[in-house]
Design a protein around this ligand. Structure first.
Ligand code: ATP
Ligand code: MG
Ligand code: MG
Length: 384
């Protein structure tokens, strides 16, 4: 079979490999950590920094094609590799999605709405942008952020003064976004193949806790119109960007039912992990089908599903209850050694006849703090 080289060895790489092995592919990972989630299941592993061109070239020499599994990667390396090797996702998709400003512009160009924003380089830029957009607002670094890192919510003019000193030293660029009082968050993972074939997975409704994804629910508890519109917008973004592989499109649902795109990810997405257990084709298999030019599989779900993340602070309780978890609960464990707070250690997917039943099964185990009333509202089908 073909050998696929993966830039990155996190849990996304690991799940791509676990799914790709059954298809007969071999895998080599490149990651600075020797014992990363990906390397534990890969055929070969190269230890190297992501911006180490020599290491990337060694990966490329041994691979028939190269993919990346996260976007906080140096585009220079990918640009170099694609001169002489097959990198189906390409450097352009990476350049756009690693940079919030480029990404927003690309989404707007696709004719899809985003939250109002301003480009910020100096403290003066911030002051005038806050005057224009109003409070509260969210300041985000243009590159390098994930799980809410590199983000500051600004509620009052006084809070500007308490931002870290040296933030605006001219070396970093930010965007300021208007705070969106969304009623729900949704996401759609879309696959687009090297042949241009497109398939969208069923949209999920997502709950975040402390800026980290906590739970994804499918079928999304939203109206049929919102469901269709979310899919339509996501496919439009995928086609406009000529994505090869996957693009995950995160969205806010507004009180009037309108949708805004929050951000994109050019790879399998945490909110698409439910597809592993609930869909005819998982997002990981679909990703491999898309980059290798196989016909795309059916993205249809054969069961309602709720996915919950296992963070470092949940790991011990999950382990203690492992032997008596409900049979509907599928555990995925990423093989990370240190269970740090906020670190994604694994996830579970619960399949049941209805979302309500799946939620009850999750409430029946003592691993996560129960849903708050506000969270329950955000996963109700009715719009408020
Ligand atoms: P991810 O781990 O999803 O890549 P990230 O660090 O790139 O996260 P975002 O997805 O931009 O960050 O934001 C994280 C969360 O913060 C969002 O899912 C949403 O809950 C909240 N958020 C971000 N931007 C806004 C906004 N403009 N208005 C309201 N809430 C927001
Ligand atoms: Mg992000
Ligand atoms: Mg996000």
């Amino acid at each position: 079979g073909q050998t696929i080289g993966i830039l990155g060895g996190g849990q996304l790489g690991r799940m791509i490999i676990l799914e790709g092995r059954k298809m007969g592919y071999r895998f080599i990972t490149l990651d600075p950590a020797r014992d990363c989630p990906g390397s534990q299941v890969a055929d070969e592993h190269i230890v190297g920094a992501y911006d180490d061109l020599a290491a990337a070239q060694r990966l490329a020499e041994r691979s028939d094609l190269i993919v990346y599994e996260f976007e906080n990667l140096s585009p220079d390396v990918v640009r170099q590799l694609e001169q002489s090797h097959c990198v189906p996702q390409g450097s352009r998709l990476l350049e756009i999605t690693r940079h919030r400003l480029e990404e927003k512009r690309a989404v707007e160009q696709a004719g899809v709405p985003v939250a109002p924003y301003r480009v910020i380089e100096t403290r003066e830029d911030l002051t005038s942008a806050l005057q224009e957009l109003g409070y509260p607002a969210v300041l985000k670094t243009t590159t390098g952020g994930y799980d809410g890192k590199g983000q500051w919510r600004i509620q009052t003019p006084e809070e500007v003064a308490s931002l870290p000193v040296g933030m605006f030293n001219g070396e970093r660029q930010y965007i300021l976004e208007k705070f969106i009082p969304f009623v729900k968050e949704m996401s759609v993972v879309v696959a687009r193949s090297v042949t241009g074939e497109v398939a969208a997975f069923p949209p999920a409704v997502n709950l975040h806790r402390r800026h980290i994804l906590h739970m994804s629910i499918t079928p999304a508890p939203v109206s049929a119109e919102i469901m269709r519109e979310a899919e339509r917008m996501a496919v439009r973004v995928a086609e406009h960007l000529q994505v090869v592989g996957l693009v995950a499109v995160e969205m806010f649902v507004l009180p009037d039912g309108g949708l805004l795109v929050n951000e994109l990810a050019p790879r399998p997405h945490n909110s698409g992990h439910y597809t592993y257990d609930a869909c005819h084709t998982s997002q990981f298999e679909q990703f491999l089908r898309a980059v290798t030019g196989l016909p795309l599989g059916s993205p249809a779900a054969y069961s309602p599903a709720v996915m919950v993340n296992i963070l470092g602070e949940h790991a011990e309780r999950l382990m203690n209850q492992f032997h008596r978890l409900p049979k509907e609960m599928k555990v995925h464990w990423y093989g990370k050694k240190e269970a740090k707070t906020g670190r994604k250690m694994g996830h579970v997917t619960v399949l049941a006849d209805t979302v309500e039943q799946a939620l009850q099964i999750i409430e029946s185990v003592d691993i996560w703090p129960p849903l708050t009333d506000k969270e329950k509202d955000a996963i109700q089908n009715e719009m408020k």
